[in-house]
Design a binder for this molecule. Structure first.
Ligand code: UD1
Ligand code: CA
Length: 452
């Protein structure tokens, strides 16, 4: 049977105190609702419908790379009404899975379990037992079977004592769901069309309702305000850092490592505190990352050591390289095996060849550096004339003396040597020496200035 998913996201989210629609508030740099869409996609859903009410333009822009059916619920008349407005995207023969745009930690493994217990024509309902069930719809059972849900505001004292609650997530047969939704009434304490009322209808019609439970109750928590959002963020980070530790990364303090993307690690990786990963990051075996590093969209080869306060963005670093402290690799940086990028060295669209070193205070922009090259302290490649960018080539075993400026376009051939303090504007030949600096004059007898 195929699966159609409906995600409810029409709530205003007033308590966020924000001009951003609630479901666009991020967990790990990704909108909450995107986490939910991703979970739906992991289930290979045939279609995903998003029921929205506010900030339609903002939502469509932020989620533009997704294929979803956009369904406007102009007025929020309750969860039952919200599902009903997506009716045209609920084929009779499909299983309809209902998810929530502000419940981002839901795992596809839990949803798989929910779908697995769904009776042929009945309903599968995700429930949890809570120490404090206040606020939630309570699960009514008769002889162990689920027969209904009573909302907090409609419940009597006996029902309020029930600890098993409705997470809201359920899977229902498409044809029956539409039939039950058309019979909903708003005759209840909140004057809303409750989706939860379909449970009692299904029971009365003789269909079974089976409950499944999440691995972890945080999976079904929503965020109504920024305090709850921060709690979801912490839970997400806990989950992600645990995965990395189980894959072979040691962390001085897992609470001070943040994963905002897809990270894979090899064995015996060591992460110090305040490390942030963004985008797609791959760390090989025995990689060490010092304190306060941000690694974004990069791959780091085996045995590379990244010292404190290093920033990496869209770069490839090979094996046994050494970066930092305070190195900055900008997009298009490639650091080959055993190369060193030291403190206050910035690279952009540049290659640093095998075993080459730029140890102190340098800028390498649009530059290709061969193997075994020494880039002295303070060397700058002047790649920009204010309008265009130009390239610098530094071939194998060249030596660029301290505080030199290489004005691009320029080539330093193999084994070329640039004397310290040079401003190089012309090519330097193989094995050649370039000295391009003011000549020193020594004046023997001179009078030091004195106070007037
Ligand atoms: C709902 C359930 C309750 C459950 C709880 C779990 C109903 C009647 N009650 O209660 O049993 O324990 O969730 O959190 O379903 N929404 C819309 N359009 C609407 C109304 C709601 O899109 O017209 C969306 C909201 O944005 C929200 C979700 O549906 O994401 C739940 O709505 P909410 O009003 O918060 O339901 P609860 O009262 O929490
Ligand atoms: Ca709610």
């Amino acid at each position: 049977m195929s699966l159609s998913v409906v995600i409810l996201a029409a709530g205003k989210g007033t308590r966020m105190k924000s001009s951003l629609p609630k479901v666009l508030h991020p967990v790990a740099h990704k909108p909450m609702v995107q986490h939910v869409i991703d979970a739906a996609n992991e289930l290979n859903a045939k279609q995903v419908s998003l029921v929205y009410g506010h900030g339609g333009e903002q939502l469509q822009q932020a989620l533009s790379h997704n294929e979803v059916n956009w369904v406007l619920q102009a007025e929020q008349l309750g969860t039952g009404h919200a599902v009903k407005v997506a009716e045209q995207h609920m084929p009779d023969e499909d299983t309809i899975l209902i998810l929530y745009g502000d419940v981002p930690l839901i795992q596809s493994s839990t949803l798989d379990r929910l779908l697995a217990v769904k009776p042929e024509n009945g309903i599968a309902l995700l429930t949890v037992a809570l120490d404090n069930p206040t606020g939630y719809g309570r699960i009514i059972r008769d002889n162990g079977s689920v027969v209904g849900i009573v909302e907090q505001k409609d419940a009597n004292d006996e029902q309020l004592a029930i600890q098993e609650v409705n997470t809201g997530i359920m899977a229902v047969n498409g044809k029956l769901l539409k039939q039950w939704l058309s019979n909903l009434s708003s005759d209840n304490a909140q004057g809303e069309y409750y989706l939860t009322d379909i449970i009692a209808m299904a029971h009365q019609d003789g269909y079974a309702i089976e409950a499944a439970h999440p691995d972890n109750e945080m999976e079904t928590e929503g965020a109504n305000n920024r305090v709850q959002l921060a709690a979801l963020e912490r839970e997400y980070q806990k989950r992600e850092t645990e995965k990395l530790m189980l894959a072979g990364a040691s962390m001085r303090d897992p609470a001070r490592v943040d994963v905002r993307g897809d990270v894979t690690v090899g064995h015996d990786v060591e992460l110090d505190v305040n490390v942030i990963f963004e985008g797609k990051v791959t760390l090989g075996n025995n990689v060490k990352v010092g304190a306060n590093c941000i690694l974004k969209d990069c791959s780091i080869g085996d045995g590379t050591v990244i010292e404190a306060n290093t920033l990496i963005d869209q770069a490839d670093v090979a094996e046994k390289a050494q970066l930092g402290p305070y190195a900055r690799l900008r997009p298009g940086s490639i650091v080959k095996n055993g190369a060193k990028v030291g403190n206050f060295v910035e690279m952009k669209k540049s290659i640093l060849g095998e075993g080459s070193k730029a140890n102190h205070f340098s800028y390498l922009g649009d530059t290709t550096v061969g193997a075994g090259v020494n880039i002295g302290a303070g060397v700058i490649t002047a790649n920009y004339d204010g309008v265009n960018k130009f390239k610098t080539e530094i071939h194998d075993n060249a030596f660029i003396g301290t505080n030199s400026t290489l004005v691009a376009p320029v080539v330093i051939e193999e084994n070329g040597f640039v004397a310290a303090g040079s401003t190089v504007t012309k090519p330097v030949a193989k094995d050649g020496l370039a000295i391009a600096r003011g000549k020193q004059r020594n004046i023997d007898s001179w009078n030091r200035p004195t106070k007037g």
